[in-house]
Design a protein around this ligand. Structure first.
Ligand SMILES: [Zn+2]
Length: 249
């Protein structure tokens, strides 16, 4: 029935090695699976600083536009003022002259207000410009860091992929040394439970669920004639041999 000449004890020892090997393989797979998420996070932080730059640039552009429109208002008033002054030179009455004078004074007051507003805007523009320069410098640094980190992650990705391929190749060497039925049982358990199939039994305790192995079961298991299971967690037991001359696990 057995597809191998190895004793059950030897097979259990090999299966235990295979299980450890697969545990390593699984841990590498998890590391590999986590890399795309880490790359996404780096990309998201770049997208965030691009957004910040766009928002600050928009605020700056708005302030500059407001400043241009205030300057245009000053220019329009200057033209109007010249017109009034020309009319004053040809005014035929004192009343007409004074009316024009009041118009000019109105323009002067309006200009004074506009000039104050321009000063406030200039201050705002300076602040936005400084903020933008700072954000851009930070973003450039961040980009550089992210590019490095991304390259490192991609290198790690390739490294892990190679390691997985190697480990998958190596695990093939274990299989012919274990009874085919036992291998099937092992794979089924791993697929369903995603936890170790084989539990070490040491000092009369199941290494997986930490519950005492019944004396009868332990005695049976130490004969290595048939597969014995933990009555509590249902895992196959690989128990410590009664003699310390035999290697374990
Ligand atoms: Zn158990």
């Amino acid at each position: 029935m057995s597809s191998t000449d190895a004793s059950l004890r030897q097979q259990l020892a090999t299966l235990y090695q295979l299980q450890e090997h697969d545990r390593g393989l699984l841990s590498i797979r998890r590391q590999l699976q986590d890399i795309p998420r880490q790359i996404e996070q780096l990309d998201a932080s770049v997208a965030k600083s691009t957004e910040d730059i766009a928002a600050t640039s928009a605020t700056l552009a708005e302030a500059e536009k407001a400043q241009r429109s205030k300057n245009a208002a000053l220019e329009m008033n200057a033209v109007q003022r010249e017109k009034y002054k020309a009319e004053q030179r040809t005014a035929t009455s004192n009343d007409a002259y004074s009316a024009l004078e009041r118009q000019i004074e109105f323009l002067d007051r309006q200009d004074a207000e506009t000039e104050d507003e321009i000063l406030v805007l200039m201050d705002e523009i300076d602040r936005h410009q400084a903020a933008l320069t700072e954000i851009e410098a930070e973003a450039a640094q961040e980009n550089e860091r992210n590019t490095e980190q991304k390259a490192a992650l991609q290198a790690k990705q390739r490294e892990l992929e190679t390691l997985i391929a190697e480990k998958r190749e190596k695990r093939k060497a274990f299989l012919p040394q274990i009874d085919a039925q036992l291998v099937v049982q092992y794979h089924r358990w791993m697929e369903r439970q995603r936890t170790p199939f084989l539990a070490l039994g040491m000092k009369g305790i199941c290494g997986s669920c930490r519950i005492s192995i019944q004396p009868q079961t332990l005695k049976e298991a130490q004969k290595y004639q048939k597969l014995v299971y933990c009555s509590s967690c249902k895992r196959a037991l690989y128990v410590q041999p009664p003699s310390s001359d035999i290697p374990f696990p």
